[in-house]
Design a protein around this ligand. Structure first.
Ligand code: AMP
Ligand code: MG
Length: 410
């Protein structure tokens, strides 16, 4: 899908281009990981139920296992014939609950056969070997049937699933102490700029500390990659080329800075000399308009604009889905959610804007307003914000009280 040397796309189109390329990549190889370190990793094997889940009809409450039909009229008195507690081996619980009988049962314990419901202990009064039940139950109430969460052999989680806490719990429940996950994609990070110095250096009055390499490293980790930090590249083609070539040893290359129209913005020129093809060289967005997406020597690359907020936003909008695909995950859709705007927004139309916002309120009562922000270089303002307000390109004014799209910061 080669593109002309300068293609500036509307936001959704640019995102679509990345998604289509991401759908075609071969993910990193599989490797085993101990379950204790599996959180955040991407499954390279499917997880199937090794037995029925649950393996027996499980009580969801403390109470009495009964036949629902016995409680058509309440109060009713039933004879207690035994007890079923979690972990009780077969043979220690009554084999059958017959009409007129009840078995004392605890949460998580097997429901004996014959019983079809559990009455919560709160609705009962025990008197010696019998129990008075004050409330009737429907058949099936408070009983999780055997196999209802998954029959033996059923697919529980597919390849490509990123393991959150629930996924790790599934792996544990099917006995996977070690599981196959995709290796973390190595992501080369190359900051460019004659004015950029390392964080440990004392900057001269004309110099700026390198923040992009570190913010990108944090984003790469959060997205499931392994950051590989390269030395800062000067705005000089020979050294820039050498460092880009070094970066191409990784699975994905991220450049920060040097993609604008200035005389010393050399990234596209040097990539071009290396034979890169470009799929877009700009997106109609703010921040991050000069963002570049391409491929060189078989590796995908993103040229992210160097203004620190542009770097962060364009990583999330464009580089993240490619990184996820290289890591074997099925990239999900980018979703925004509607929130009521607290204060009017006035803006020039033409670009999709991602403006740092402050989301406040709690539970279902949320409001959002723009954070005070000096533009794409204002990292402190962005760090204090907790979301981005997404303003579509055709809007000039959004009134207080309207619903706006909000994108939660990753
Ligand atoms: P550029 O995209 O190279 O034109 O840079 C745009 C702005 O971002 C300039 O003000 C740069 O000084 C700043 N900048 C570029 N790279 C970095 C970096 N690695 N860390 C912090 N600021 C940067
Ligand atoms: Mg620069």
């Amino acid at each position: 899908m080669p593109a002309s040397p300068a293609t500036v796309l509307p936001f959704e189109e640019a995102r679509g281009v990345v998604e289509r390329h991401a759908a075609g990549v071969s993910p990193c190889a599989a490797e085993p990981v101990d379950i204790a370190h599996a959180g955040g990793r991407v499954l390279a094997e499917a997880l199937a139920a090794d037995r029925d889940f649950p393996p027996f009809p499980r009580s969801a409450r403390d109470g009495y296992a009964v036949r629902a039909a016995d409680l058509a009229r309440v109060p009713a008195r039933l004879k207690i014939t035994g007890e079923s507690k979690a972990g009780a081996a077969p043979g220690t619980i009554p084999a059958e609950v017959r009409s007129g009988e009840a078995v004392l049962i605890m949460t998580g314990a097997p429901v004996p056969s014959g019983a079809d419901a559990v009455v919560m202990v709160e609705y009962t009064a025990r008197q010696g070997e019998s129990v008075e039940i004050q409330k009737s139950v429907a058949a099936g109430e408070n009983v999780v049937p055997r196999g209802s969460e998954g029959r033996a052999g059923a697919l529980l989680l597919a390849c490509g699933q990123r393991l959150g806490a629930a996924g790790v719990a599934v792996a544990a429940s099917v006995g996977k102490s070690s599981l196959l996950v995709h290796a973390l994609p190595r992501v080369a990070i190359l900051a460019t700029g004659d004015e950029i110095v390392d964080v440990a250096a004392q900057p001269g009055p004309h110099q700026i500390r390198n923040s992009n390499s570190y913010s990108l490293a944090a984003q790469v980790r959060a997205a499931g990659g392994l950051p590989v930090l390269l030395p800062i590249a000067p705005d000089e083609p020979v050294q820039l080329r050498r460092l880009i070539e070094q970066g191409l040893a990784s699975d994905l290359l991220l450049l920060a800075g040097g993609v604008s129209m200035g005389k010393y913005d050399l990234v596209e020129q040097v990539l071009g000399e290396l034979g890169a093809e470009f799929y877009f060289t700009g997106a109609l967005i703010q921040p991050g308009r000069p963002v570049v997406f391409g491929r060189v020597r078989g590796k995908y690359l993103f040229g992210l604009p160097g203004n620190p907020v542009s770097t962060m936003v364009t990583f999330e909008l464009f580089a993240r889905p490619m990184l996820q695909a290289l890591g074997g995950a099925r990239p999900g859709p980018l979703s925004f959610f509607p929130v009521r705007l607290k204060r009017e927004i006035k803006i020039r139309p033409g670009l999709t804007r991602f403006l740092p916002g402050l989301l406040s309120g709690q539970f279902a009562e949320l409001e959002v307003e723009l954070a005070s922000w000096q533009g794409s270089g204002d990292i402190a303002g962005t760090a204090r914000a907790n979301c981005y307000v997404v303003v579509p390109p055709d809007r000039e004014r959004i009134a207080a009280g309207e619903m706006v799209a909000v994108w939660r910061k990753a």
